[in-house]
Design a protein around this ligand. Sequence first.
Ligand code: HGY
Ligand code: MN
Ligand code: MN
Length: 414
Amino acid sequence: MTSQTNLTINPQRLWDDLMFTAQFGGTPKGGIKRLTVSDEDKRVRDWFKAECEKLGCSVQVDEVGNMFATRPGKRQDLLPIAMGSHLDTQPTGGKFDGVLGVLGALEALRTMVQMDYETNAPIMIVNWTNEEGSRFSPAMLCSGVYAGVFTPEFAYSREDRAGLKLGDELVRIGYKGEHKAGAIKFGSMFELHIEQGPILEAEEKMIGVVTGVQGMRWYEVTVTGQESHTGATPMGLRKNALLASARMIDAIDHVGITHLPGVASVGLIENRPNSRNVVPGEVFFTVDLRHPDEKILDRMEAAMREALPKIAADTKVTFEEKCIWKSPAVKFASELIECVRMGTSQAGYKSRDMASGAGHDAAYIARVAPTTMIFVPCLGGISHNESESTTLEECGAGAQVLLNAVLAHDAHFA
Ligand code: HGY
Ligand code: MN
Ligand code: MN
């Protein structure tokens, strides 16, 4: 695995970093629970900052906690070439989602430093705050602030289900930086990530040359019925919010099935009062619709909005539904995709072009700088699961292609 400059990453060192940092929020089942701006997130951020400083990087933090580690290049007139992803995880996340992108970038930088290789452009590693959107919705929130999609105030105001605000939590862990979001500039960004789907593994390809990200929309639904006694309330007189929600969730699944390759999911549900002998009076649930084509996403949204009122009428409940987030489909920069292709062939790996089913910070960063992604396989395509797994070799391949692609891009500035 070598690049045109014969710089070779150290897969074992990368693997050791992945396993070491998995302790920050490690779970008994071998996953990671490292919710954004939690104490566990602080610990991994502190470790990451120290590692970057050991490599001679300056580390800056912006007003929403995004971290930027920069190593100077020969030419200070050039904007940095960035490699970025995220260190926060899902509540039952794995060791690789996001983390591989940040630690793979660290390994690429370490290799440059160790080989005393000076790039033309400065090199930057970015850790984006709250990519997952699990604790504070929406996803990719702080790369979105960097890209001007959301204001910092909007991000600060987001509350988790316990009522804590992102802004307060950023202050509490000491990562509300002084730099304005968007003020720390870079000229391009590469993001290494596990595929989180089954295609590369099924086709026995090592590298995914990612061409873009599908469109995504998130909704919140509150269904209101009437709490009543499960023993004394005849079936015909109930206003059962949970029954209505169950039928709505089935209808939403049907929207996905009838708009393939689109997907439709309900992932978060709260049933109140959640007592075994009370007919549920209120249910809150979230909807996640995705498709590569915005026009078909519109059709999926329309189909959902046609189905829900009918179900509400049939079950004698009322409901509110609102779209809280839209991330339109994104195409990545062809010149960077070409660098990934070059980096892949230099390393001698088989690859295939593909769009990303999952959302990534790269989707928002593509709005403000040329951006692209590199995928490596994950076992069974499973992710957002404590059993998420990939191999030392696959992580090493991704980091090598990342290094090669960055150096191929940097060669343009000689
Ligand atoms: O939702 C997503 O696709 C990403 O994992 N945040
Ligand atoms: Mn991710
Ligand atoms: Mn994720």
